[in-house]
Design a protein around this ligand. Structure first.
Ligand code: ADP
Ligand code: ADP
Length: 239
């Protein structure tokens, strides 16, 4: 089953075309790692998949639900804002800089979205939060505030928070690049564990070793296009 289906995606900022016709399919349970030089469009692609950006042309479908514009000339088709928000709740997003709510405790950070966006009963959301904290090895931090945690711990909490809505796909935008080197491993270990348990993920990263070990598919972007795509050994070991 294809969970993320990107077709003919074009995205411009003003006159600058940043994505120049991107096609990408991600199947359930698969990990896709996006590599490529800075400025090649990786982050923009993730933001379009998460509907944080409007696309100029092409479509993004999450689990069969289409969103975006049809090709120029065809009838324009755009989902309403409410529909966009609903779809976005099925997508987990982990940012480079954690983006936790600083005024909420760790537990409250995990409970907030399921309760407010999905209407999950608070007691149930709390139980789920506790299980997720156990999963990322931070059960004892439930009552702490983000500012009291290390960067690695904050990012593990951010991953737990993204999982709290039980997303169909989890997107990571350079999840370890804001961390001190000694904290990178603990975050990658959490992502590896999710991969083993069949979580569908797209990970933008510069960690080649991680890509080699964890990716089902490696996608290499350059200048707004996918220039190579395949199994890690094929993409990474070719001269
Ligand atoms: P990557 O994630 O591969 O580093 P990005 O998707 O962040 O690449 O950026 C691709 C290009 O789009 C860059 O040239 C960047 O400057 C440009 N860009 C990204 N966001 C915006 C924006 N909001 N407005 C204008 N240009 C942008
Ligand atoms: P990243 O590669 O992780 O997206 P950037 O530094 O490229 O980090 O972008 C940080 C933010 O600035 C993003 O929200 C991006 O959309 C925006 N941005 C990047 N390039 C430009 C640009 N040329 N003009 C306006 N906004 C930009």
């Amino acid at each position: 089953r294809v969970v993320v289906d990107v077709r003919g995606l074009h995205k411009s900022y003003g006159l600058t075309e940043v994505l120049k016709g991107v096609d990408l399919q991600v199947r359930a349970g698969e990990v896709t790692v996006l590599l490529g030089p800075s400025g090649s469009g990786k982050s923009t692609l993730l933001r379009c998949i998460n509907h944080l950006e409007k696309v100029n042309r092409g479509t993004v479908a999450i689990d069969g639900e289409l969103i975006g514009y049809r090709a120029a000339g065809a009838r324009l088709h755009e989902l309403r804002e409410r529909e966009v928000l609903r779809q976005r709740t099925h997508i987990g997003f982990v940012f480079q800089n954690f983006n936790l709510f600083p005024h909420l405790t760790v537990a409250e950070n995990l409970v907030e979205a399921p309760v407010s966006a999905l209407g999950v009963p608070r007691a149930k959301a709390r139980e789920r939060a506790e299980r997720l904290l156990m999963r990322v090895g931070l059960r004892d931090k439930a009552k702490a505030y983000p500012g009291q945690l290390s960067g690695g711990q904050q990012q593990r909490i951010a991953i737990a928070r993204a999982l709290a809505v039980e997303p169909k796909v989890l997107l990571f935008d350079e999840p370890t690049s804001a961390l001190d080197p000694e904290l990178v491993g603990e975050v990658l270990d959490v992502i590896k564990d999710l991969a083993r348990s069949g979580t569908t993920m797209i990970v933008v990263t510069h960690e080649i070793g991680f890509a080699r070990e964890v990716a089902d598919t490696v996608v290499f972007m350059d200048n707004g296009q996918i220039v190579e795509q395949g199994a890690p050994a094929d993409v990474l070991d070719n001269p």
